[in-house]
Design a protein around this ligand. Structure first.
Ligand code: DGT
Ligand code: CA
Ligand code: CA
Ligand code: ZN
Length: 619
């Protein structure tokens, strides 16, 4: 099949009309495998997450035992990262290619491949089980708590018998933790806060995990031939960074058969509630999913209702009432009960005198008012992106070579890619010192000279913004970069005033072009740095510093609200994936979703520019 015909076939099953259109526009550059990847972004079995967690725990345990075995620790962590974010099922790779197939994955050698095989075949991993005898605490969960590393977790176990998060909570409540050497009252309170953050987080799943699962389910329902239309609604349709549950809307003349089909899916763990119009299932990935069947003639009204959010809906309903209408999930009705609009969502907004708001905007943050005035901004779309300006290679902590990352950019139809490996302060991530930077720089220059593909390669580095606001490379090195991407990785706990000054000083230094993952939060795991963003945004404006929207699923930083705030200062943005492997570049869609939630338009985003324009911009 020609790529185009193939694409059309796949786009036909694509849940998102806009994504389909965007994909269509770049389809000529895409291979079928990449399209499938884009649409599915991982139909991932339970094994991937489980094995990744076990490898991480092994790394933790080695670290506790002997912190000189840094290479071993690094190897396990890298393997965990590979498997955790893998867009394929490890079980399938093993089925198809055996341990050899596994060994083609970055960072997976023979020993690790055998361990993966052992676990998939027997449900056990001896190395893990053996080590676990010495360290029987819930390391994978405990280390997710902010401020708690593996070694501290071990001390809490050793000295207080803490094995689980619940145990830790009790120990904190009994003020036992503060009495331990090196802990104190302040760190006890911090741990308490960390637990709160963790527990608030576990009930909401990352969009990056939930959305691919939703897409798999939708594809299966479509493939069943039982449904007429199947669409995603709820928070995941609005591209909210975390979701409470999935909401899928179906029209069908056979509602009972649809519900039987859904409850029988391999993704389903248990059935919470089953009826012909609404069924709720618990999915194995640890998320609930609501499936609603509506009549075809009410489909648009159903979409309008179930996309939400609730506050948006309440206001739209008030507008209907003011016009003498009634709006519910079945339709928009006139006084006499006559249907005014129901099947088509756009028509409902239209009949209310409103401009159609894209789902990402529907949060009652002013979009209703603008929509009534027909003044909604035209939001940026995935197809507007011409390159990715934050990408790692195996020169630091990335898994792929420079060539491989450039090939991926080319496959995505990009015009350029910016290579941004880490600087020396990030020694855990194998950051570069000056000498290594020289070699890296030469390597990129040589590559640029001989490379004849369509993608332009830009030279940069993710340069640490140090404690005093200086950058982690000499001015000479910084001068040799096409642009400077900078971020904070250390001293994250600084006080607000000191942190604000640190960043402003860096911006005033005149070298920083893009401030990467500005607030450094990790969703459900680490709170943002304390900083006066308005003052920093002002300094960014004065010094021409671009704000990043980091698209990595657990970052999404700046987030929607901070984007809105930065826009008030008239700043520019760069939407990047922070890819540590080729297929991470597919995370771009989460960055776009976040950008749309912050109302960003194409003109505000620098990596929508053509290469020549962008180079001029950086000068
Ligand atoms: P979530 O699941 O917490 O991430 O957020 P949503 O927005 O997906 O919320 P969910 O699943 O409870 O409900 C899906 C949509 O249904 C919601 O976005 C709007 C609509 N909805 C739910 N409850 C109400 C309600 O009481 N009134 C109105 N007007 N709409 C509602
Ligand atoms: Ca929901
Ligand atoms: Ca729901
Ligand atoms: Zn990075």
């Amino acid at each position: 099949m020609a790529p185009h015909a193939y694409f059309q076939a796949v786009a036909g099953t694509c849940y998102d009309y806009y994504l389909a259109i965007q994909l269509y526009t770049i389809a000529q550059y895409l291979t079928p495998a990449i399209i499938i990847n884009y649409l599915s972004c991982g139909i991932i079995s339970m094994y991937n997450k489980k094995i990744a967690a076990m490898f991480n725990e092994i790394a933790d345990m080695i670290e506790i035992e002997d912190d000189t075995r840094i290479f071993e620790v690094r190897a396990y962590r890298k393997a965990a990262m590979t498997i955790d974010t893998l867009q394929e099922d490890v079980e399938e790779i093993l089925d198809k290619g055996g341990t050899k197939g596994l060994m083609e994955l970055p960072g997976i050698g023979e020993g690790l491949a055998k361990k993966i095989e052992e676990f998939i075949k027997t449900g056990r991993m001896r190395k893990y089980d053996d080590m676990k005898k010495k360290f029987p605490m819930d390391l994978d969960k405990l280390t997710l708590i902010q401020g708690l590393g593996a070694k501290k977790a071990f001390r809490l176990y050793n000295e207080l018998g803490v094995k689980t998060i619940d145990d830790l909570k009790k120990a904190i409540e009994a003020h036992k933790v503060r009495r331990l050497e090196g802990f104190g009252e302040k760190s006890e309170a911090e741990l308490g806060k960390g637990i709160g953050l963790y527990q608030a987080g576990i009930s909401r799943m990352l969009l990056g995990t939930a959305l691919p699962e939703a897409e798999t389910i939708i594809r299966k329902i479509r493939g069943s031939g039982l449904a007429d239309r199947v669409e995603l609604a709820g928070s995941s349709r609005r591209m909210k960074e975390t979701v409470g549950d999935l909401d899928i809307l179906v029209t069908s003349s056979k509602p009972e058969s649809i519900m039987d089909f859904v409850t029988g899916l391999s993704e389903v763990e248990s059935v919470t509630l089953k009826g012909p119009t609404k069924t709720t299932v618990r999915l194995k990935i640890g998320l609930s999913c609501d499936i609603r069947v509506v009549e075809r003639k009410s489909f648009g009204a159903g979409m309008q209702y179930f996309i939400g959010n609730k506050d948006h809906n309440v206001k739209v309903r008030q507008i209907a009432i003011r016009k003498g209408y009634k709006l519910n999930e079945y339709g928009l009705f006139g006084k006499n009960g006559k249907i005014i609009a129901a099947e088509d969502e756009r028509e409902i907004y239209d009949k209310l005198g409103m401009q159609y708001p894209e789902p990402e905007m529907r949060e009652n943050r002013g979009e209703i008012e603008l929509s009534l005035e027909h003044k909604l901004p035209t939001l940026i779309q995935l197809g507007d992106i011409k390159g990715d300006l934050h990408v790692h290679t195996n020169n630091s902590d990335g898994a792929n070579t420079l060539e491989e990352m450039v090939a991926q950019a080319e496959a995505l139809g990009y015009s350029y890619i910016g290579i941004t490996d880490h600087s020396k302060s990030e020694y855990v991530a194998r950051g570069m010192d000056e000498a290594r930077f020289e070699r890296y720089s030469d390597q990129i220059d040589r590559f640029k000279d001989k490379y004849e593909g369509r993608v332009k390669v830009l030279k940069s580095a993710e340069t640490d913004i140090l404690k005093d606001g200086s950058l982690d490379f000499s001015n000479k090195s910084l001068d040799s970069m096409d642009y400077v991407l900078g971020s904070i990785h250390t001293n994250l706990n600084m006080g607000r005033e000191e942190m604000t000054k640190r960043i402003i000083r860096c911006m005033e230094g005149g070298y920083l072009d893009i401030w990467a993952h500005p607030t450094d939060r990790l969703i459900n795991a680490r709170q943002p740095i304390q900083v006066d963003l308005d003052r920093v945004f002002e300094a960014a404006k004065d010094n021409g510093v671009v704000m990043e929207v980091d698209a990595f699923p657990d970052r999404l930083d700046l987030n929607d609200e901070n984007i809105t705030r930065a826009r008030k200062h008239d700043l520019k943005f760069s939407i990047d994936t922070d890819a540590h492997r080729g297929d991470h570049m597919l995370f771009m869609r989460y960055g776009i979703g976040t950008a749309k939630r912050g109302w960003l338009t194409k003109n505000e985003v620098i990596n929508t520019m053509r290469y020549e324009e962008l180079m001029k911009y950086f000068k």
